[in-house]
Design a binder for this molecule. Structure first.
Ligand SMILES: Cc1cc2nc3c(=O)[nH]c(=O)nc-3n(C[C@H](O)[C@H](O)[C@H](O)COP(=O)(O)O)c2cc1C
Length: 594
């Protein structure tokens, strides 16, 4: 079919196709290629892309309309995304969004009459320790204040440049730590500095002195566990992939980082990208992978650019490509953009998305280790998980095990956001006390306030009351305390927080992000949000709390992927831990007369 697209766009799309085993996988990148030029995607664009990628138009439309960041309607020349999720809302996102609307003079998803600006609310931009945040085009503005919102709006009106001001996410690297040692080293994202600090020494060792089985053995012995949330033992996951087969195998690096409260992978991508590349080399060598994909959420513009620059340096230096370091090993790494859907962080949703489809999770089994990307054996690993590998291979499993606990060895990046004096991303030993994290590392609760509650592992896990924070932050102890370590997103709330409102913000997120595939999750998340909204607006019905709990219990463990449970756990825990706040919202019982 003849394409209505300009020839340079057609050439870019043709170049994208060769990155994938199937051309259809280039669908989302192809749509972004057009959107970057035209602002949005028209039905004619969809038809043209369908022709170029040999996909039917229905599939193109189904994919395009699934993703919030593929725009089907015109947006302003600069499109703003402003976060209203939990960490941002705790520190004043809503009044700032009201101000933004007033300054722009338009509502959400409307475009200013001059066509220059539009805005939309975002469900967590993955920068929770810089909250409140907004993305102005590709530029992130953090620690938002009314003055910053006004300045941005004035600059947009006068055509001035918007400046990124979040380069200094607070962090205090752990001495001798596994992933954060370069976080405060100037220019450590450049190969020269990274090499001076020992980068690629582990890759050299892994490729030239160790067999794939020896790398796998070391990782198993280290007891490294997945840092994406589930904590599955990494070595065990790799060992499920068939060995000694001629089949193509893939590694997918999960840089989707969309769990509210979590913003750690972003720091690795932007501060120490070569550590991640080295981790990918080691994992690929151990599993027998020749092609790895790094699935990075679209909103991470600056981290992605830094990572892509590091990739180019690594190719130029012979750490990637054919015959890496003269070892006979070949490896290519491709970056693939997410398009704003949380569900694509779930490993099979990610695989579907990478294949150019909507991110509907797959039923397991078969597990990705046997049948993953393009039907091939595939490992999906989180960024932080892989960033631990250079330390393990350089220093050995026993040194890695010096920190952490027997079953949760090593360290973890924790993201502490909300009502603490010093929000930030910190590498700490597994098993570190939650109390010390809040009152020591993060400087305690903001002035004049007291702790009320903590969500210790990203918004999907069970809340703890202030009197429950004597918990060791590892996989086992958090479970024993009735919650989870999750992705390490520690969201701290002081006494000013209304828990019904906090839960409503969380429930809004799951309602927005449910992919709709499973009935309990699709209906449950939507109804939960609706009921909480009704409670807040003073329209509660006597049975609402029972219904809320019923909905949560019906979502918990009944869906294809864990999003249903992730939506249920906060509800169950909030109702149990703060019942009086919910009961207060119910209609008063009127005493019978006569
Ligand atoms: C709804 C949902 C969202 C998820 N989002 C992410 C994510 O953004 N990043 C991530 O690494 N893992 C995420 N996960 C976990 C992945 O499914 C998977 O367990 C992980 O990427 C495996 O890597 P790991 O073993 O190295 O932790 C998510 C899971 C669910 C159910």
């Amino acid at each position: 079919m003849s394409s209505s697209l300009p020839s340079e766009v057609v050439s870019s799309i043709e170049a994208l196709k060769v990155r994938y085993e199937r051309p259809s996988a280039a669908l989302v990148p192809a749509l972004f290629e057009i959107q970057e030029r035209n602002g949005h995607i028209t039905p004619e664009d969809e038809a043209a892309v369908a022709g170029l990628l040999e996909v039917d138009e229905c599939t193109v439309h189904e994919t395009a309309s699934f993703y919030p960041l593929i725009f089907q309607q015109p947006v302003g020349k600069t499109h703003i995304q402003v976060c209203h999720n939990i960490s941002c809302s705790l520190v004043g996102a809503e009044p700032l969004i009201d101000l933004l609307e007033r300054e722009l003079g338009v509502g959400e998803k409307e475009v200013t009459p001059d066509g220059l600006v539009s805005y939309q609310r975002a469900e967590c931009l993955g920068c929770c320790c810089d909250a409140p945040v907004m993305l102005v085009g590709e530029t992130l503005i953090g620690n938002l204040t009314p003055e910053k919102v006004q300045t941005v709006c004035a600059r947009l009106k006068s055509g001035e440049k918007i400046v990124n001001d979040t380069s200094l996410t607070h962090t205090e690297p752990l001495e001798g730590g596994a992933v954060s040692v370069n976080f405060l080293i100037r220019d450590a994202h450049h190969l020269k500095i990274a090499e001076e600090r020992g980068a690629y020494g582990a890759a050299r060792k892994g490729l030239l002195e160790m067999t794939p089985d020896q790398i796998l053995g070391e990782v198993k012995e280290a007891g490294l566990r997945g840092q994406g949330g589930a904590g599955f033992p990494t070595g065990m996951k790799w060992s499920f992939v068939p060995r000694d087969t001629p089949w193509t195998k893939y590694l997918c690096v999960n840089a989707d980082e969309s769990e509210p409260g979590t913003c750690k992978d972003r720091e690795i991508l932007r501060r120490d990208p070569h550590r991640l590349i080295e981790g990918i080399i080691l994992a690929s060598r151990a599993i027998g992978v020749r092609t790895a994909y790094v699935y990075i959420r679209r909103e991470f513009y600056e981290p992605r650019q830094t990572f892509e620059a590091a990739l180019r340096e690594a190719y130029d230096a012979g750490y990637l490509g054919t015959n890496v370091l003269s070892s006979g090993f070949d490896l290519d790494i491709h970056v693939h953009h997410g398009a704003g859907a949380y569900i694509c962080g779930e490993e099979t949703g990610l695989i579907e998305s990478l294949e150019g489809k909507k991110g509907w999770p797959r039923i397991k089994p078969p597990f990705p280790a046997l049948k993953g990307l393009f039907g091939r054996p595939t490992v999906v690993n989180n960024v932080e998980t892989l960033a631990n590998l250079p330390f393990i291979i350089s220093n050995g499993a026993s040194r890695f095990r010096l920190r952490g606990t027997e079953k949760s060895p090593g360290t973890k990046l924790f993201c502490i956001s909300g009502h603490v004096r010093k929000p930030g991303v910190h590498e700490l030993p597994m098993g570190y006390s939650l109390r010390d994290m809040i009152y020591g590392v993060a400087g305690g609760i903001r002035d004049g306030h007291t702790l009320k509650a903590v969500i210790p592992g990203g918004s999907s896990v069970q809340v703890l009351r202030a009197d429950e924070i004597d918990v060791a932050m590892d996989f086992e102890a958090t479970r024993a305390a009735g919650t989870m370590l999750g992705s390490g997103g520690v969201i701290v709330m002081d006494e000013s927080v209304d828990m019904v409102e906090a839960l409503m913000v969380i429930a809004r997120f799951y309602a927005h992000e449910s992919c709709g595939q499973c009935t309990p999750c699709r209906e449950g998340t939507a109804w939960t949000y609706k009921i909480l909204h009704r409670l807040i607006e003073g329209r509660a019905r006597p049975e609402d709390l029972d219904t809320l709990l019923d909905l949560a219990n019906n979502m918990d463990g009944t869906t294809i992927c864990p999003l249903g449970s992730a939506a249920a756990w906060p509800i169950q825990a909030m109702l149990k831990k703060f019942p009086e706040e919910f009961e207060r919202r119910l209609p008063r019982k009127v005493a019978a007369v006569g």
